[in-house]
Design a protein around this ligand. Structure first.
Ligand SMILES: Cc1ncc(COP(=O)(O)O)c(C=O)c1O
Length: 373
């Protein structure tokens, strides 16, 4: 579906049509200057130009431990409870190969980041979907997971603040996840890609702050979105030391680690001032409000998200996700993502990404008001 969408966008652009893409969640603003400066200095050092160690630089692990302590109130042992990953995507994918046997089971949020299902499938295992229910605030009903499925599951992928729904974890949900994981002896992988991108005073917790979480889970923290670093491939896995060691053992056979200059720049990001992150979030709030009010004007009943870089909205009556995305492209020359791209429970929704400059978002919503009202 995505390939077809890309083909049509390319054809329109070739025909001279100004297509505005609100499809992909890749921040438009630059990486913050103090991070770029740290990278420029680190990259010039011969010591940082060698093969990295997959255990990670001390500075990187210590910066993460300090950040998790100050930001989330979570104690992390820099020696055993954190190592670098070459982006969350690599980490999630390799966790599947580290923990799943062919024929095994992973529980995957639906709708969800595609690697939660692609990773298990490529590892020869079976992703079992956890539908995120709108009536439960886009969390799964864990009591509805059949016991025979849960007993076979080794991994469970969850993610709050959530892509694509923009939902944040309701009070008490992470506690339910911990007791579910204990009951069925599975490893929880909380994908924390968006904790720094939150609005309206909401501060996202770490899953690892939940009592018992470190016994049953890991968290993947990516710097991609909150620090405008998608191209840098900088993330870490934190939490259960045994699980991290298992991931590390697989990883030493697969890649040669995260470029140490990037690790040092990542450490600078975590140690750096909060101002740039806060200003970025003000920008996203401005864009979110533009999008939400335009959608409401055209009759779409949409919730205003408290986090992430996405607005998730139901398609108007009589449309599927795909037919509505097509209509928006044809009528307004705006690309939105059909919700069904993120799993069967995404059907009936579409996603708008807030990662285009303000003027492009304004132009896109004006076009939608004009052509879809
Ligand atoms: C939920 C989620 N996890 C992970 C990623 C990818 O993170 P990274 O750039 O660190 O691989 C994304 C990117 O869109 C995402 O939405």
């Amino acid at each position: 579906m995505f390939a077809e969408l890309e083909r049509r966008v390319a054809a329109k652009r070739e025909a001279g049509i100004d297509v505005i893409s609100l499809g992909i969640g890749d921040p438009d603003q630059p990486t913050y200057p103090h991070i770029v400066k740290a990278m420029q200095e680190a990259v010039a050092e011969n010591a940082n130009q060698k093969y990295p160690s997959n255990q990670g630089r001390k500075e990187f692990r210590e910066a993460f431990a300090r950040f998790y302590g100050e930001r989330f109130g979570v104690e992390i042992d820099p020696g055993s409870e954190v190592i670098p990953a070459i982006g969350a995507k690599e980490c999630i994918y390799n966790l599947c190969f580290a923990f799943l046997d062919p024929g095994g089971v992973a529980l995957a949020a639906d709708p969800g980041y595609p690697v939660y299902t692609g990773g298990p499938t490529l590892a020869g295992a079976n992703p079992e979907l956890l539908p995120l229910l709108p009536e439960l605030g886009f969390v799964p009903d864990l009591s509805a997971v059949p016991a025979q499925v849960a007993r076979r599951a080794r991994l469970m992928f969850i993610n709050y603040p959530n892509n694509p729904t923009g939902a944040v974890a309701p009070e008490g949900f992470f506690e339910l996840v911990v007791s579910f994981a204990r009951e069925y002896e599975l490893l929880v992988v909380h994908d924390n890609a968006y904790s720094e991108t939150t609005f309206d005073g909401y501060v996202a917790p770490s899953f690892l702050a939940t009592p018992g979480a470190k016994d049953v889970g890991v968290e993947v923290f990516s710097l991609s979105k909150g620090f405008n670093m998608t191209g840098w491939r900088c993330a870490a896995i934190l939490g259960n030391a045994d699980a991290i060691r298992t991931y590390w053992r697989l990883k030493t056979n697969v890649d040669s680690g995260l470029f140490e200059a990037v690790q040092l720049a990542g450490a600078a990001a975590l140690r750096g001032p909060r101002g740039p992150v806060e200003r970025m979030n003000e920008t996203y709030v401005r864009r979110r409000d533009l999008v939400v009010s335009a959608l409401r004007d055209i009759g779409v009943e949409v919730e205003s998200p408290k986090g992430t870089i996405y607005v998730w909205a139901p398609v108007p009556e009589g449309h599927t996700s795909a037919s509505f995305a097509e209509l928006v492209l044809e009528e307004a020359a705006v690309v939105v993502s059909p919700g069904s791209m993120y799993g069967p429970s995404g059907e009936g929704f579409f996603r708008i990404s807030l990662t285009a400059p303000d003027e492009r978002i304004s132009e896109a919503v004006e076009r939608m008001r004009e052509h879809l009202s």
